[in-house]
Design a protein around this ligand. Structure first.
Ligand code: COA
Length: 376
């Protein structure tokens, strides 16, 4: 039934509200968090500071930074209940399924779970951000038949995650590169998972529910799942000389090349610039430069054949691979950072809420006559 409205498939180009959190200039390749260019944040900042910035709208002074930092450290541990839930999951469950279920379970013993005040939400935000890392690392240990590793209070969020995963304190280069990956993934305006979080909390449901929705949405291969698909593709190719034939054949079959294209960027994604550099440097450091070289060949073909640029998922795959991170953790790692951005958007949504409920143009039949079941 036609209502006098324009249908916008996939909400392409639809502005659904005002936000002060993140600005993407898709034509000029700019990404801004709360007024600060992503390149400056990568150069000067760290993940914990970016978290403060996203949630509170300004850079912290020393005390504010230390309070948030220490609160994140203090909230890393999982309860025995949550550890035993993780142990009860099938070992072959995907880490994204586990994360989605565990985030939901975190609310069960939280006395603030249903309190939507700003103060309660900040308390929950700290728990969610700190514990997301521990859930991911702990499940990886458990599925390998090992005990989870206790968080190390002397390490920052990035280094502690890698430590909980491997039991080894990462060197300075890897710690800083991983910290940069977390900064780069922290927010990205109204991407699908952030939108899902905002839709959920716009019903005045709680923060845990909003983040659970977001994790489920991030999982898909058109969104956060793309980084895994990129690494699978690189592994399938195996060697640099196969890259050209592989990509040309896939394009001829009209298949999508994961890690390319973007709804908003029509030029280089500024996050890819940093990830490309880190992929190269990590490749040189580990002596396995072929993943970077393969990626460069693919990038050139995609530009000449389709005029398409790599997105954030393309080079993050080879960066994580060089860090020794299991492939199916790439999307959970996206969540480990993006949880901070989801939370910022939920806080903003609550502060000026309007129920998000679009309408559809009905194109099905009307005026059908009901026929009883034994007469159909
Ligand atoms: N490889 C090959 N072709 C691609 C492509 C890719 N990665 N991404 C888009 N295209 C093509 C589509 O086939 C379509 O071509 P057509 O008009 O001839 O049918 C055209 O570009 C537009 O694609 P569309 O899906 O409408 O654009 P979108 O804005 O809705 O999609 C993405 C954006 C990100 C979903 C899309 O680019 C994609 O699927 N990328 C791969 C997955 C990925 O890397 N996701 C992570 C995003 S950060």
């Amino acid at each position: 039934m036609s209502r006098e409205s324009v249908v916008s498939e996939g909400l392409k180009g639809v502005v659904i509200g005002k936000s002060e959190i993140c600005f993407i200039d898709g034509k000029r390749g700019k990404l801004i968090y709360r007024g600060y260019d992503i390149h400056d944040l990568v150069k000067h900042s760290n993940f914990e500071e970016v978290v403060y910035l996203l949630w509170h709208g300004k850079l912290p002074v020393k005390k504010q930074f230390n309070d948030l930092y220490n609160n994140l450290v203090a909230n890393r541990e999982l309860s025995k209940g949550v550890i035993s839930i993780l142990k009860s999951f099938p070992k072959k469950a995907t880490p994204m399924e586990v994360l989605r279920t565990a985030i939901s379970a975190l609310s069960l013993n939280d006395p603030d779970a249903d309190d939507n005040s700003f103060e309660a939400n900040i308390k929950k935000a700290i728990k969610l951000t700190a514990k997301t890392a521990t859930v991911i690392a702990s499940f990886d240990r458990i599925r390998k038949g090992k005990e989870p590793i206790e968080p190390n209070p002397n390490l920052n969020h990035a280094a502690n995650f890698l430590y909980m995963l491997t039991g080894k304190i990462p060197n300075e280069m890897i710690s800083r590169f991983f910290d940069i990956c977390l900064i780069l993934h922290a927010d990205h305006e109204l991407n699908a998972s952030t939108f899902a979080a905002r839709v959920t909390c716009s019903t005045l449901s709680d923060l845990y529910s909003a983040i659970t929705s977001a994790v489920g949405t991030l999982k898909g291969p058109l969104h956060g799942g793309a980084n895994i698909e990129v690494m699978k593709m690189l592994s399938d190719m195996g060697t640099v000389d196969k890259a050209k034939g592989y990509i040309t054949a896939r394009l001829a079959e009209k298949k999508r090349i994961m890690g390319f294209g973007h709804r908003v960027y029509k030029t280089e994604d500024p996050r890819a610039t940093h990830l490309r550099r880190m992929s190269k440097e990590m490749g040189e450091k580990t002596g396995e430069i072929k993943w970077y070289e393969m990626s460069r060949v693919i990038e050139d073909i995609m530009m000449s054949e389709k005029g398409m640029y790599p997105n954030v998922d393309f080079y993050s795959a080879s960066v994580y691979y060089a860090m020794g991170i299991p492939m199916d953790l790439y999307t959970p790692i996206f969540a480990l950072s993006r949880v901070s951005g989801w939370i910022a958007h939920v806080l903003e949504q609550y502060s000026n809420n309007a129920l998000i409920r679009p309408i559809a143009e009905y194109v099905g039949p009307i005026d059908l006559t009901y026929v009883p079941i034994d007469k159909r």
